[in-house]
Design a protein around this ligand. Structure first.
Ligand code: F0G
Length: 457
C-alpha cells in the first residue's frame, strides 16, 4: 500500500527563528514565567493553540481576494449564511468576531443571574461568560473523562444521570440552555458520540431545555464518530455533521478552529425569537448583523474553510498528525492523556512531576521547561486555567493538570513534531530537579492569560 502523506502540498513558507537555551532561559524569566507573555518570534514551534493559527488553502486565499466589503448585505455574508445553512442546517446566522463574542451575544440574550448552565466541561471563556453573569456552569461529563489512562472512545460524553439530577434539583426554569462542546477541549479534545448527542437531546426535549453546541471543533468530532462509532464508517463527513446538528437548537462557533480562518465566529439558530433578541446585542457589541466584527473577505474565506474542514481527507491528515505525535510520546514513556484527542496532545503533568504539588502548578512548570529545552510553546490546562471559585475565591484543583500541545492546522510537519518529542524527553530525564511556581500577580477572572509567576526556591 502507498504510504500515508499529507493531502496537500506547500506553496508558501514562513521562516522560523532559532534561539539558544541560554536566550530562552532569560526570555521566559523576563516573561515572568507566563508563556503568553513571550514574543512569538522567540518561539520555534508554537503549540500554544490551534485557534486562528491554521494555514489557509489556495481556495481560501482566492475567496479572500473576492470578499465583498459592503457594510450591509454583502455577497460574502450571503455566501457564508448559505454555506452554514447547507452544512449545519441553521436558517438564522449572526457573524461575530470570534467564538467568545458569540457567547457574549447569545448569553446576553438568554442568560440571567442565578441561572444554571449544564454542559460537558465548558471551555474557559464560556464558563467566564456564564460566571460573569452570576450564573453557574455545571459539568455533567462522564466520570471516565477524568481517568487519564482510561481508553473510552467518547470521553466528551455527558452522563445523562448527572444532567437529570440537576433538573431534579433546580427545576427547568433556571436552566435556559444546555451547552454541548464538540469536541470537548477542556476534557482533552475528546469527542461526543452521536448516541450521546441523541440522549442529551432527548432529555432536553422532554424538559423543554434548548440544546446548544459549542461547535469550535465540530468536524473533528464528526471524524471520530465516523471512525469510532458503529454505523458511520461509510458515511460522508458532511452527512454526519448534518445529523449532529439536527439535534441542536442553536450553536456558538469559534471559526478559528474548524473554520480554518485566522479570526471569526458566529451564532447559528433555528428560533427566530432568539435570533431577534441576539440581533440587538450583536449590533451593540459586534457590528451590523451582516458582518458582526468580520471583514467581508474573512467571511468568504470562512465559507471555503467550512467546506474544506468537512472533507474526510483533510480530517484524516489533520487528526492523524496529532495521533502520530501522541503515539511517539507514548513510545518514549511520556505520560499523556488517552485516547489521543483531535486537536492536541495533553501531557499529564501530575504523573510527569510527582514531586510538584498542584498548588505549585505542575502543568505550568512543564510548559516552561519544554520552552527552555526546545523552544516549543504549549499551554497549561490545569490549576492556573481553572482559576479560583468565584464565590469562595479559593483555588480550585482540577482532577487533571495538563500541558496541552495544540497542533495548528496544516502548519507543521512531522519533523517539527519530532523536536517536540525530543524536548519532552529531555525534560523527562531531569523531571525530579524541576521547580514549582508561585503566583505573584493574577487578574480577578481568566487569570491564566496575564498571571505572573516566580520559581520556588
Ligand atoms: N469554545 C471552545 C471549545 C474553544 O476551544 C474556544 C477557544 C472558544 C469556545 C472561544 O473561541 O477563541 O474564538 O473566542 N479556544 C482557544 C483554544 C482559545 O486555544 O483552545 P474564541
Amino acid at each position: 500500500m502507498i504510504p500515508y502523506a499529507e493531502p496537500f502540498k506547500i506553496k508558501m513558507v514562513e521562516l522560523l527563528k532559532r534561539t539558544t537555551r541560554e536566550e530562552r532561559e532569560k526570555l521566559i524569566r523576563d516573561a515572568e514565567y507566563n508563556l503568553f507573555a513571550l514574543k512569538a518570534e522567540n518561539v520555534y514551534i508554537d503549540l500554544l493553540t490551534d485557534s486562528g493559527t491554521g494555514a489557509m488553502s489556495d481556495v481560501q486565499w482566492a475567496a479572500l481576494m473576492r470578499g465583498d466589503e459592503s457594510y450591509a448585505g454583502s455577497r460574502s455574508f450571503i455566501d457564508l449564511k448559505a454555506t452554514i445553512e447547507e452544512l449545519l442546517g441553521f436558517p438564522y446566522m449572526l457573524p461575530t468576531h470570534q467564538g467568545r463574542a458569540a457567547e457574549n451575544v447569545l448569553f446576553s440574550a438568554i442568560l440571567k443571574e442565578g441561572d444554571i448552565v449544564p454542559g460537558n466541561s465548558h471551555f474557559d471563556t464560556t464558563k467566564g461568560h456564564i460566571e460573569f453573569r452570576k450564573a453557574v456552569a455545571v459539568d455533567c461529563t462522564i466520570d471516565e473523562a477524568f481517568e487519564v489512562n482510561y481508553e473510552h472512545p467518547f470521553k466528551g460524553n455527558v452522563d445523562p444521570e448527572k444532567f437529570e439530577k440537576i433538573i431534579r434539583e433546580h427545576g427547568t426554569e433556571k436552566i435556559p440552555l444546555f451547552i454541548l462542546t464538540l469536541t470537548c477541549n477542556s476534557g482533552g479534545g475528546q469527542p461526543v458520540s452521536m448516541e450521546n448527542i441523541k440522549q442529551v437531546s432527548a432529555i432536553c426535549k422532554k424538559h423543554n431545555i434548548p440544546l446548544y453546541f459549542d461547535a469550535a471543533r465540530f468536524s473533528e468530532n464528526a471524524y471520530f464518530i465516523r471512525t469510532r462509532e458503529e454505523g458511520y464508517a461509510d458515511k460522508p463527513i458532511k452527512e454526519i455533521v448534518r445529523e449532529m446538528f439536527s439535534y441542536a437548537d442553536g450553536t456558538t462557533m469559534s471559526s478559528k478552529k474548524d473554520g480554518i480562518v485566522n479570526i471569526g465566529g458566529f451564532i447559528g439558530l433555528h428560533d427566530p425569537k432568539v435570533y431577534e433578541k441576539c440581533m440587538t446585542f450583536n449590533i451593540m457589541f459586534e457590528g451590523f448583523i451582516t458582518y458582526g466584527g468580520m471583514a467581508g473577505r474573512d467571511m468568504s474565506a470562512l465559507a471555503a474553510g467550512l467546506r474544506e474542514s468537512t472533507e474526510y481527507d483533510y480530517l484524516e491528515g489533520r487528526i492523524s498528525q496529532v495521533r502520530r505525535l501522541g503515539e511517539r510520546l507514548i513510545e518514549e514513556g511520556i505520560p499523556i492523556l488517552k485516547p489521543i484527542g483531535g486537536h492536541a496532545v495533553y501531557v499529564d503533568a501530575l504523573s510527569f512531576f510527582p514531586d510538584i504539588p498542584q498548588s505549585e502548578y505542575p502543568g505550568q512548570v512543564l510548559g516552561i521547561e519544554l520552552y527552555i529545552e526546545a523552544g516549543v510553546r504549549g499551554v497549561e490546562i490545569g490549576t492556573v486555567l481553572v482559576d479560583r471559585d468565584p464565590i469562595s475565591r479559593k483555588n480550585r484543583y482540577p482532577k487533571l493538570d495538563l500541558l496541552r500541545l495544540a497542533i495548528p492546522r496544516r502548519v507543521y510537519t512531522d519533523n517539527h513534531m519530532e523536536v517536540v518529542v525530543w524536548g519532552l524527553k529531555k525534560v523527562w530525564e531531569r523531571r525530579h530537579s524541576c521547580r514549582g511556581l508561585e503566583i505573584t500577580y493574577e487578574a480577578p477572572i481568566m487569570r491564566h492569560f496575564t498571571a505572573r509567576f516566580k520559581q520556588k526556591g
